[in-house]
Design a protein around this ligand. Structure first.
Ligand code: 2OX
Length: 491
């Protein structure tokens, strides 16, 4: 291309950008600093990882959602806020924190076997208790009977298994004297400045002492006091990113200067991925806004930290979790399952069993989860489709009553062409499946909306499986003018 044309195109591009921004957008200093997805290798790696593990562990695990023989049905990691439990009692729990059963290597092996590619760990939850040796407070694991640096043990063990570590960090800190939810007096504002400096120091400390960190997962950022810190939080984010190139930060960290969270006043996602899908999934791609996003999911209804008793709460099955994971991947998000180890360092049997079941499924069907994105297929009743290059993965939750699985193929852009299923393979055993009504061999079926369908013939033994199965298919686009037996079935 000639130099002039390049300059012309570049000028046009800049002009169009200018129009797009000036026509309707508010001028923001502290909104999104990028429109659209990050395109660097670190972010692509996050995207390809697809599946992670969350671990909520802190002194709340000792209480386990119970106090004085009473059961707390709120989230167990919030028990300090429960009116029956005195704060002083909670704030002394760390003196008993001695998880002698904790085995970081075993947790990491279990996570690896489950298929997790990354792990998010609660370095500090709302109570302010630090699971690392922070020099900025005494309220850390260093001052418990256990003493050892839990974050260091976990990073070493998970890194050894090839699992990347992200740090959960709560801005809410009930242990810091300067922390406020709301700033109403001059004293509040002075105290909050001390708290902000403390927060900044801890974050710099984490990235400096744990350089293996891939990203920061912020929480507890919904208070008025924090929302009002748009400029300061923005500059802190930049400082952290400069300190740690490639760092991944979700949309929950900071608000813009108009107080908008997650998406700024112009509707653009703040920072790297949408963190709003907590125990919640988008229904379709439109709802994701085309952004990167992540769903973090609990196994019980709403328990993140360890709760002694799960008998009263509805728990998800491996099948439900796998379905959510595939729905997530089919809509270009990452899926994360939470674990809440107990005060001794045990991962409860219910969670271990889920890790085993999900891992067994992933060892066969992981190609449908890792490195994939949404597919070219429309949403269909049998399940969800993901895609990697030319390979489309059909994860089938709703099995047909007969042996025929009807697949709607994408429409060709050309009226003379259609897509056909060239090959189909059952991942569980590598068996190739035949396609009924293959247009290459003759007639095919097309509905009044212009969609074509092909029936895959399933093996008889696939019926009545407890977990979904995955088919890997490839499509061909063929010219139908040459097909002498073209038949249009209007239905
Ligand atoms: C939301 C609105 C009001 C009060 C509390 C919440 N909240 C806090 N919801 N979830 C949380 C924390 N985020 C999860 C990832 C857990 O850490 C949970 O404690």
């Amino acid at each position: 291309m000639k130099k002039q044309s390049l300059i012309f195109l570049a000028t046009l591009w800049i002009a169009l950008q200018g129009v797009a921004q000036s026509a309707s957008d508010t001028v923001l200093q502290h909104g999104a600093h990028r429109i659209g997805k990050r395109s660097d290798a670190a972010m692509q790696h996050w995207r390809d990882s697809g599946f992670g593990q969350f671990i909520h562990w802190g002194v709340y695990a000792i209480a386990g959602g119970q106090w004085n023989g009473k059961n707390y049905t709120g989230a167990a990691e919030w028990i300090r806020s429960w009116k029956e439990m005195p704060n002083e009692t909670y704030d002394s729990l760390y003196k008993q924190f001695n998880p002698t059963r904790f085995d970081a290597k075993q947790w990491a092996k279990q996570a690896k076997a489950m298929g997790a590619k990354y792990m998010i760990f609660t370095t500090k939850h709302h109570d302010g208790f630090c699971m690392w040796h922070s020099k900025y407070t005494d309220y850390t694991v260093a001052n418990t009977p256990y003493q050892k640096d839990i974050l260091r043990e976990l990073i070493d063990a998970y890194t050894a298994e090839g699992i990347e570590v992200y740090l959960y960090f709560s801005i809410i800190d009930w242990s810091h004297p300067g922390y406020r939810a709301n700033l109403v007096s001059d004293n509040d504002r002075q105290q909050y400045e001390i708290f902000k400096q403390f927060t900044r120091n801890q974050l710099v400390e984490l990235l400096t002492n744990y350089p293996e960190t891939k990203g920061l997962w912020f929480d507890g950022t919904w208070d008025k006091a924090w929302i009002a810190q748009a400029a300061w939080a923005d500059s802190l984010g930049m400082e952290l990113r400069n300190l740690h190139p490639g760092l991944i930060i979700g949309s929950r960290f900071r608000a813009d200067e108009t107080g908008k969270r997650h998406v700024d006043a112009n509707g653009h996602l703040i920072d790297d991925y949408d963190q709003r899908f907590e125990r919640n999934l988008p229904a379709d791609l439109q709802e994701t806004g085309g952004n990167d996003w992540e769903c973090v999911m609990t196994i019980p209804e709403n328990q993140w930290g360890y709760h002694h008793d799960w008998s009263w709460t509805y728990c998800k099955t491996p099948s439900e979790l796998i379905k959510m994971m595939i729905q997530t991947r089919a809509l270009d998000g990452n899926f994360v399952i939470n674990f809440g180890p107990d005060g001794e360092g045990n991962i409860r049997k219910e969670e271990a069993d889920i890790a085993t079941a999900v891992g067994r499924w992933m060892s066969v069907n992981g190609v449908a989860v890792y490195g994939v994105h949404h597919s070219d297929l429309t949403k269909q009743d049998w399940g969800y489709a993901t895609q990697n290059g030319n390979k489309i993965y059909l994860t089938v939750f709703n099995q047909p009553v007969n042996q025929l699985l009807r697949i709607q193929v994408p429409k060709s852009k050309s009226a003379e062409k259609i897509f056909v299923i060239r090959s189909a393979k059952l991942l569980a055993n590598g068996q190739n499946l035949s396609v009924k009504g293959n247009a290459k061999r003759g007639s095919y079926y097309r509905d009044k909306f212009g969609y074509s369908y092909f029936d895959l013939i399933l093996p008889a033994k696939i019926k009545h499986q407890s977990l979904p199965f995955v088919l890997e298919i490839e499509l061909d686009e063929i010219n139908v003018r040459d097909q002498d037996s073209y038949q249009q079935a209007l239905t």
